[in-house]
Structure formats: C-alpha cells, structure tokens
Design a binder for this molecule. Structure first.
Ligand SMILES: Cc1ncc(COP(=O)(O)O)c(C=O)c1O
Length: 420
C-alpha cells in the first residue's frame, strides 16, 4: 500500500518525498514537523488510524478540525462518492442540479431560522460569502471578530483573524475589521454602539485559540446586541458543527439563532471538498437580486453534494448520536481523572462535547504533542495559544479507542514530566 503510494509518484523512499517537499512545496512547514519530532507522511488511513509511510501508526485526534469526523475513508462515504462518479462529475456551477437542490433543502431544514444556502469549496470561501452577504444585507462594511479569531485565509476571512497571518500579506484592514477580546461583553458593546457594523463573526468555541469556552450567556448577549444595533450574527461552525458538540450545530445550545451559519470541513466526508454558508432571510436577499454575484466553479460540485448528503445521513443516525453521547461522557470522566492525578500539568480541560482543549503548564502543549505522536496518538497544539492541545476525537470513535487515547495521553504526560 505505502509502496504503491510512493511509486505512484516515482519515489523510492520517504526521504525523497521529504526532500522534494522541502525543496518544491513548503520548506518551513516541512522542516517544522521534522523539528517537532512529527515526520509524518501519511500512508494508509482507515477509520481513525493513520499509518505513516514508514509504518508508524497513530490514532487521529486532530481530524483536520473535523474533516474526518466520520473517520478516514468511511466506507459508506466512499461508496456514495463512487456511485456518484458513475453518474455525474463536478457539474456546471451555473445550473440547478438535483444534488444541489436536495442538499440546500436539507441544510435549511436542519438549520432553524435559515432560508437559503450558498455553496463553496473551502471554509474560507464560505466565510467570505457570509461576510459579503452581511454587507449586502446591511449596506455596511465593518466586521467584528474576536482577538485571536481564526476563520480561514481567504480575502475577507483573513482580515477577521490574527495579525500573524494578515499582516504578512498586507491583508490586515483595521478600519473595516475590528477585533475585540473574547468573553468581554463591554468591548463588544463598544464595537457595536456606532450602529455601523455589518456583522459579528464568532466561532461557537474558538478552535485555533485553544477552545476557550464562552461564559454562560455571552454568545446570546452578543446576538442580542447585534439585533439592537442592526448587525448580523455569523456563526462559524466549520469546526464546532456537524455533531461535534453533541448537537448538529453547537450555536443553538447557546440560545442563539444565527443570521448566517457556516459549515465546512466534515461536510466533505474527507473525500470531496464542499462547504456552505447557510443564510437567514436578511442575509439571503442578494440571491433574489443577482444570482451571479458570487461564482465558484467548484462550489457545490455535484460530487460534493452526493458526499455531503451521506455525511448528514450518518451524522444524524441514531447509532451515531448515541455513540457521540457515550464518548462525550467517557472523555469527560477520563480527562477529569487524569487531571486529578496531574493537576499541575493538565491545568485546564475545556470541553463542549467532543470539542476539547487541554491546557498544559510547563512547556505547554507542544512537547505533549510530540510525545503523543511518538506513543501513537496524533493531536495538534493550538496555533494561537500553544499552551493548549486541540483534542478532537471523531464521532464514531469506539469505547476501546477512547480508552487507548486516554491511556496514551497519561503515559505521554508522564514521559514529558520526567524530562522537563
Ligand atoms: C473555524 C474555522 N473557520 C474557517 C476555516 C477555514 O476553512 P478552510 O481551511 O477550509 O478554508 C477554518 C480552517 O481551519 C476554521 O477552523
């Protein structure tokens, strides 16, 4: 398997792949992973297990932010894609198709307060779509997000996020994109007070910032302030949606009906990119006026629609819902026990369903990440808060896989502790 993956591209060894990656693809990123002790070149991938091309196996608790919620190469999703390939291709983005119509209808049915769906091929594109829709609806430009927000790297999305990524490309835009501290209602009130904000965009639990949990009532208060000041509320559920919090969408549990909900990652089943901005009545207005105002060759591809329908099917199935509920409790108990045994090391558990951030004292999450990888679990540190490990188990993870993940976590913590 791994040999055929190498020979498919004319390589004889992993070293050759790493050399060419450093040379022709992304030198800094390739070197970064080597230096962190994570020289991963993914070979076989089945369920939640990734096998490096050199044979090292890890359980995937990164899931590319939920892209692999339902596992890698989920057989039902592969079958849906294969049967779609027997009939259709990407399709022509200008025309109605059965898949687009059915998926849009299904997403609207599943998203209270929504009315229409615009499809994209990346999360960033769907965020840009949400921002454009809000600007159209309000006739305003200003967008408010939180400090350390992460909504992607496309044209508008990047300006909502951390300066680290926007300034490098001269894509910061402080006069139109205002950043306020998370969980700070007064600062949000100040930002909205001038009645010139088109939208507030928030993740339900901010992933790349290390999953800080919103204070009780915070998101509902933000939504109320949006209503009071004529702004729209955009819920970025690219990471927190599709069952990860225990509900299809996490935002409704916070007492918020968003004006726009953005989904991505897991909607693709990990096999065919598709994302969506799900629009409420105010935000959807432009689709009546000029349906050609946003175009995307691959957005809502017919293959992607077939896959996404199957993803929703599996996610909403009773057995999946039951598994999610069990695993949430298994992780809650296991992590609490580990923290009780190592309070100075695992300093905080941030959990909303299977959306979990683990804050570590000492050297933070990076050494834990490297040790976990060595011992057989792959989970990534939070780029914008490296004290925190993003811990994102899949929706179909089994009881024994969960036990194994927890066991490896504690063993890795002990190893790291012994050499700190
Ligand atoms: C919360 C959130 N929003 C948006 C995006 C952008 O998605 P994409 O990488 O598909 O453009 C990401 C990507 O990680 C994300 O985590």
């Amino acid at each position: 398997m791994t040999e055929s993956q190498l020979s498919m591209y004319g390589y004889n060894s992993k070293t050759e792949v790493l050399d060419d990656s450093e040379h022709y693809w992304n030198p800094d990123k390739t070197r970064f992973w080597q230096s962190e002790g994570i020289p991963l070149v993914i070979g076989r991938r089945e369920g939640y297990v990734l096998t490096d091309i050199d044979g090292h196996e890890v359980i995937d608790v990164h899931l590319n932010g939920g892209t692999y919620n339902l596992g890698h190469r989920n057989p039902e999703i592969i079958a849906a894609l294969k049967s779609a390939l027997d009939l259709v291709d990407v399709g022509n983005h200008h025309f109605p198709t059965p898949g687009r119509a059915a998926l849009a209808k299904k997403l609207v049915d599943l998203t209270p307060g929504s009315e229409k769906v615009v499809f994209g091929s990346s999360g960033g594109e769907a965020i840009d779509l949400a921002i454009k829709s809000a600007r159209y609806a309000t006739g305003r430009r200003k967008i408010v997000s939180i400090i350390k927000a992460y909504h992607g790297h496309t044209g508008l999305a990047i300006a909502t996020g951390d300066d680290r990524f926007s300034c490098m490309f001269n894509s910061d835009d402080p006069s139109n994109f205002v950043h306020v501290p998370f969980n700070d209602i007064e600062k949000m009130r100040d930002a909205l007070a001038p009645d010139n904000v088109a939208a507030v965009i928030m993740e339900t639990v901010p992933a790349t910032y290390g999953f800080p949990i919103p204070s009780p009532g915070y998101l509902a208060a933000v939504k109320q302030m949006c209503e009071d000041h004529g702004a729209l509320y955009i819920a970025d559920e690219v990471q927190t949606g599709l069952g990860r919090t225990g509900k299809l969408w996490g935002i409704y549990d916070q007492g918020v009906t968003p004006d726009i909900l953005v989904t991505g990652k897991g909607l693709s089943g990990g096999v065919y990119p598709i994302t969506a901005a799900i629009l409420g009545p105010r935000a959807a207005g432009w689709l009546e006026e000029d349906g050609f105002a946003h175009m995307s060759t691959f957005g809502g591809s017919e293959l992607g629609c077939a896959v996404a329908m199957k993803v929703l099917d599996i996610t909403l199935r009773e057995s999946t819902q039951r598994n999610i509920a069990y695993r949430i409790e298994q992780f809650r108990k296991g992590l609490t026990d580990i923290q009780r045994r190592h309070p100075g090391q695992l300093t905080e558990i941030r959990q909303n369903g299977l959306v979990i951030g683990l804050e570590f004292g000492g050297g933070g999450a990076k050494p834990i990440m490297s040790e976990l990888y060595r011992q057989g679990v792959w989970a990534i540190f939070s780029t914008l808060d490296p004290k925190v490990l993003q811990f994102k188990p899949g929706l179909l993870v089994t009881e024994s896989e969960t036990a194994k993940i927890l066991e490896v976590l504690e063993k890795s913590m002990k190893s790291v502790n012994s050499y700190v």
